[in-house]
Write a protein that binds this ligand. Structure first.
Ligand SMILES: [Zn+2]
Length: 443
């Protein structure tokens, strides 16, 4: 079993994968690619509330972050749940989470584990700290699962690598379909200029972020820019805040795992003898009570899709003012407020009382730092893996369909040969049957 997430636009049981369609007691090994909610947040449910009794593996940083992240997830999802009936909608409790935590096993990158004839190895995936691709080998047949991955050079992460052994099957994300990213330096420049422009005209900037992962990359960019423009912005003239219940705990995980990051950031750490994740221009906010909202500021606040919580409260406070800017840097899932905002609606519903609407006059901009591959990066990687069977996952149906056509036309020359490439984009609960000749019997 690969990953165990929830759908962020839904709540309770409706947010779960279709576990009823599958006998979880037949699963031997469950591998978690990274800590994002859409990949890991139903794991405590699977481990504590179903007949699953296999073994669960993830990397060390993923496990360290999983603990704090899901504790916050339990807290957020139990808010506003008062009646006993509603409480049953809670997928699991803190106790479930703690019990599941003790049973999760960790893996190092590049070391192979064998569980009753199922061999698997974790490779760097980029994307977020601790993210892994898994290559699984059963009876000589190899499958590579990318999870979410990125190939672009990042300030702190190792980018995704090509495993030395080939794969027969590639299960790959298709988030951006056939879209192209602007080069990273352009995006960084656009981001800092847009923010600088807004604050110098007295506006506030809200950056909804997932508490952990990409937020830290944005903080590295902003902290550096603030240091370069200290006269205008530094010394608290325009404060930057990182607002999350998890802020402090998360930062300590990042400070601990610098040794798992790329050469650039480790060199910086070595040379300066100071931890690059101890920021000079960014302060932490646990909640809005301790926030004095006077004058321009930049706020990185979770959750990233503005569903509820801190970022949503600030959105409702700041969106009536046309000087302000909401800057979306992550990938927004269909059905969430972040996705809705990109349509630039005149009003938005208040989260506490949907009958109340709030005027939306602030600017809305999107610059992606989501760290998923774009079309070129994805295609290059797919070519390097050289699998004859490609299964697309993790994308909306239109971008996924376009990606499928583009891959097929790219490999058109191989059509009819024994190396013909097959591409599948199955919907939920649809099987893909593949036949392999000369397969040995696995134990
Ligand atoms: Zn992710």
């Amino acid at each position: 079993m690969l990953d165990a997430g929830i759908h962020p636009a839904y709540q309770g049981m409706a947010s779960l994968p279709f576990y009823d369609d599958f006998d979880l007691s037949t699963v031997d090994v469950l591998l978690i690619s990274h800590f994002h909610l859409d990949h890991a947040a139903s794991l405590p449910y699977v481990m504590q509330k179903t007949n699953f009794n296999g073994r669960v593996f993830m990397t060390h940083p993923t496990k360290a972050i999983y603990r704090w992240l899901l504790r916050d997830f339990v807290r957020v999802t139990s808010i506003g749940v008062n009646s006993p009936l509603d409480r049953e909608e809670n997928l699991y409790t803190n106790e479930d989470l703690v019990e599941s935590f003790d049973k999760i096993e960790t893996v190092d990158y590049h070391s192979t584990i064998d569980v009753n004839g199922i061999k698997f190895t974790a490779f760097h995936a980029g994307h977020v700290l601790g993210a892994a691709m898994f290559q699984i080998e059963i009876a000589g047949m190899r499958v590579l699962f990318t999870g979410d991955y990125s190939r672009e050079k990042d300030r702190h992460l190792n980018s995704a690598e090509v495993p030395p052994l080939s794969s027969n099957i590639l299960i790959v994300e298709s988030t951006f379909g056939t879209a192209t990213h602007e080069p990273r330096l352009n995006r960084e420049k656009k981001l800092t200029q847009m923010i600088h422009h807004t604050v110098s005209h007295g506006g506030r900037v809200l950056m909804p972020v997932f508490a952990l992962g990409r937020a830290q990359e944005l903080m590295l960019i902003l902290d550096e820019y603030w240091a370069q423009h200290a006269e205008e912005l530094g010394d608290g003239q325009v404060p930057i805040y990182y607002a999350s219940n998890l802020a402090r705990k998360c930062m300590s995980v990042f400070q601990t795992y610098v040794n798992m990051m790329n050469d650039d950031i480790r060199k910086k750490f070595r040379d300066s003898q100071t931890n690059p994740f101890i920021f000079k221009n960014i302060s932490y906010l646990k909640n809005l009570e301790e926030f004095q909202d006077l004058g321009p500021s930049v706020m990185l606040a979770s959750p990233g899709m503005l569903q509820s919580g801190l970022s949503r409260d600030l959105l409702e406070r700041w969106c009536p003012d046309e000087k302000n800017l909401v800057l979306i840097t992550g990938y927004s899932i269909e059905g969430t407020m972040a996705k809705y905002l990109m349509l630039e609606p005149d009003t938005i519903p208040s989260v506490n009382n949907p009958e109340v609407t709030v005027a939306r006059r602030c600017n809305i901009e999107e610059i992606s730092f989501a760290a998923h591959v774009d079309f070129q990066e994805n295609l290059e990687f797919i070519q390097k893996i050289n699998a004859t069977n490609i299964i697309l996952v993790h994308g909306e149906s239109n971008p996924m369909g376009r990606l499928k056509s583009a891959i097929l036309s790219n490999f058109n020359a191989l059509k009819g040969t024994e190396n013909e490439v097959h591409v599948f984009n199955p919907r939920n609960c649809v099987d893909v049957d593949l036949e392999f000749k000369g397969v040995k019997i696995a134990k």
